[in-house]
Write a protein that binds this ligand. Structure first.
Ligand code: SAM
Length: 434
């Protein structure tokens, strides 16, 4: 039986419903996609709807600028799904560059599928205008809430603009090859056989960079654990450690398990404890390790890392990783809805939690051991200032220099800003116990 054809209007209508919920009802993009996509029977429709949602949110400032310029009066609350659909339409034209005629026709059809028969003409007219006049360039800063914009401008000065611009771009897809199963060169050859081009980066021994996103299911050997998807900046975390064989390691905020798995791929003899406060997310660590055929002896604990009395057996760890919960301001290009949902009050709570994690986990580290503190944030308060404050109140801690390849110096650590070398925004600090 032939595969069903992508239906055209269905993925556009699905994308508009998802965006309506994310933009107007405070829902998370990931959660909405996880319920909307399975309802599309064709895998190509699912991939298209997902790609549209990401492109639409990344370009939101531009599309809203177009609507403000081209509509006689702003769309009201009742037209929330229409706004979402128009943004879906614009994203297909720029940056996705889908065949224009088909994209416009399918989006107009989606207007009808959403019960907006009477506005199908308006959708058609606005999308044709976008084709004729082009969409405005827009100001990437506008997508950021004022409180975050102010902080980033204060933290990064003339480089702040690059943070805003890069955060609106589509990131590359980075793979991490599992050296327990296949060498990077051999896996690259397997990709080439499957018609997929991949680049290597000398700084990242396990990584391959794909210029465009593809579905993980299309990656040869994914199900058997040959490869994982992980940004370059996250892959650098393993390089911040120099672990001896059999070392006792705590990954204190481990889910979904990317860094736990990477450390075990490099050295399966590590005695790993992977902990996360969220038991359901911890299940993903279990699934990841099973897929990679690793970590059969790893200890997985659902617990609050900031309360070690409840879970620590008192045997010190040789190394601790705190990949801390944070504002995620370094990965906006991958999670564009962060800009819609993050509140200033969240930041105060995150700062307090990060400080508690540092203070509570330091006593679990052996004398001479290393604690690596990382975040996917670009805010100095969560990074350089957080670590500097910890060092100031912790007499037996000192920072060890990380090489320049981790990014620019930021207090006692190093900061990678989003887009630099194709990486996500990330902070790294390496703290040694006397
Ligand atoms: N290291 C993970 C990886 O590479 O896949 C990503 C970790 S994510 C940045 C932060 C994690 O910290 C989340 O999974 C969250 O559930 C967890 N977390 C938040 N508060 C925690 C706490 N008090 N104790 C332990 N884990 C916590």
């Amino acid at each position: 039986m032939a595969a069903p054809r992508p239906t055209g209007a269905a993925p556009r209508a699905a994308a508009a419903r998802v965006l309506d919920a994310v933009l107007h009802r405070g829902r998370s993009l990931k959660a909405e996609l996880s319920t909307a996509l399975p309802a599309l029977p064709d895998a190509r429709d699912r991939a298209l709807a997902e790609a549209i949602c990401f492109a639409a949110l990344r370009g939101l400032a531009r599309y809203d600028a177009a609507l403000a310029a081209w509509l006689a009066k702003p769309l009201g609350r009742r037209d929330a799904d229409l706004r979402a659909l128009l943004i879906v339409g614009f994203a297909q034209l720029d940056p996705m560059r889908l065949p224009a005629h088909a994209a416009v026709a399918a989006t107009v059809e989606a207007a009808r599928a959403l019960g907006r028969h009477h506005q199908a003409g308006l959708v058609n007219a606005l999308l044709r205008r976008a084709l004729r006049d082009g969409l405005p360039e827009g100001d990437a800063r506008i997508a950021w809430p004022a409180w975050l914009r102010t902080r980033i401008e204060a933290d990064w000065g003339e480089d702040a603009d690059a943070v805003f611009v890069e955060s609106a771009r589509e990131p590359p897809l980075w793979l991490r090859v599992n050296p327990r199963q296949v060498t990077r060169d051999a896996y690259r050859a397997r990709l080439a056989e499957a018609g997929i081009d991949a680049e290597i980066d000398d700084m990242l021994p396990d990584a391959l960079r794909l210029p465009e996103s593809i579905a993980v299911a299309a990656l040869p050997g994914f199900a058997d654990g040959a490869v994982s998807v992980q940004d370059a900046a996250a892959q650098r975390v393993a390089d911040a450690f120099a672990l001896t064989s059999g070392a006792r390691v705590l990954d204190a905020c481990a889910a979904p398990g990317g860094k736990t798995a990477h450390l075990l791929e490099r050295d399966a003899s590590l005695r790993m404890t992977a902990l996360d406060v969220d038991a359901r997310r911890l299940d993903r660590v279990r699934d990841t390790l099973a897929r990679l055929q690793l970590g059969a002896d790893a200890q997985l604990l659902a617990a609050d890392a900031a309360a070690p009395d409840a879970w620590w057996d008192g045997a010190p760890f040789d190394a601790v990783l705190i990949d801390a919960p944070c504002s995620a301001t370094g990965i906006v290009r991958r999670q564009p809805d962060v800009l819609l949902h993050r509140r200033e009050s969240d930041l105060a709570a995150l700062l307090a939690l990060q400080a508690r994690l540092l203070d509570a986990l330091w006593p679990t580290l052996a004398s001479g051991g290393v604690l690596v503190y990382t975040t996917c944030s670009v805010l100095a308060a969560e990074n350089a200032a957080q670590v500097d404050a910890f060092l100031a109140r912790t007499t037996d801690a000192h920072a060890e220099a990380l090489p320049e390849t981790f990014g620019r110096q930021a207090g006692a650590g190093r900061q990678r800003l989003p887009g630099e070398r194709g990486h996500d925004g990330f902070f790294y600090a390496r703290l040694r116990k006397r």
